[in-house]
Design a protein around this ligand. Sequence first.
Ligand code: TRP
Length: 332
Amino acid sequence: METVVSGIRSTGKLHLGNYYGALSNFVKMQDSYNCFFFIADWHSLTTHPTPENLQSTVKQVVIEYLAAGIDPEKSCIYVQSDVPEVSELYLYMNMNAYLGELERAAAFKDKVRANPDNVNAGLLTYPVLMACDILLHHATKVPVGKDQEQHIEMTRTFGNRFNRLYSVDYFKEPFAFSSSEKLVKIPSLDGSGKMGKSNGDAACVYLSDSEEVIRKKVMRAKTDSGPETPNQEKPEAIENLFDLMRIVSTADTVDHFDSLYNKCEIRYGDFKKQLAEDIIIATKDIRERIKEVSADEEYVQKALKLGAEKARESAQKTIREVREIIGLKRLY
Ligand code: TRP
C-alpha cells in the first residue's frame, strides 16, 4: 500500500472549502492508502499565535477531522509537535537546503510581500519542514492543492539531494495528487476567489456554523442587480454561488435557477434561500458529529495518543536509518 501524508496548518474551524476540497477525500482514501493526517502546529508558529489560540485551534481541527470520519484505527491522525523526530530530520535537511532556492519559493515570496515585517527564518525554511513531514513516513502521495505543488517539488529535490550526497537510494519521490478527477474549488461568499479565512468570517461557511448562521451568511452573499439580457454571462460573484449550488444541491435545482437566470427572471432572494437550505442539509451530519466529538474528550485523547504512537514508530525508524546513513553513531 502506498503512503499518503497530508498536513493542515492549525487554523481552527474548518470551512466548506476545507471539507469539499480536502477532508471529504481524506475520508475516502483511508481504505486504499496507508494514511498519515497531521495538524501542522509547528508550521503555524511562523505567524506567532498566542499559546491559547494555538491550543484551541489545534484541538478544533482534530475534532473536525474525527467528526468528518477520519478513523483513528485506520489512519494515523496526529499533531506534528507530538512527533518531535520531525525536528531532527528538519535539522539534517536544512544542511542541504540552499538560500537561493528557498528565497525563490512562490509561497515564501507571497508571505514576504504580505508581511514584510515578519520575514523570519522559520518562514524561509517552511518548505524544508514540510518536506520532512513527508519524507519522515516515506510518503509517495501528498493530497494538496495547486498552491502547494512547488513545495512537493522541493521535497523531491531535497530527498534526491540527500540520496545523491550519501550515495543511497533512501528517500522516495512524493507527488501531489487529488483523489477525485476534478479538483473542487469552493468559492468565497464575498464575490471573488476561493473560500478562505483571509476573506473574513462572513465569506466562509464553517462546518460548525449553526443553521441560523449559515442562512445569515448566505443571504448576505454578494450578488448584483440581476441579469439584463437573456443568456448573458454570469459575473464572478453569481457564478460562484452557482458553483456552490452545484456541490450541495441536486442537478434539477441548479437547472431551475440557471434557466431563470437565463430568462432574466431570477430572484436572488429565492436563489440564496434555496442554496442556504441545501448547504444546511449537506452539512447536517458533520455538524452533529462535531458536537458529539467535542463532548467526548476521552475519544479525542485516545485518538491522538494512538496517532502519536503510530507516527513516532514510523518516525523513529526513519531517524535511526538517517543517522546511520549520515554517519552519526554513538561512540559510547
Ligand atoms: N503547507 C501546507 C499548507 O499550507 C500544510 C502542510 C505542512 C503540509 N506540512 C505538510 C501539507 C505536509 C502536506 C504535507 O496547506
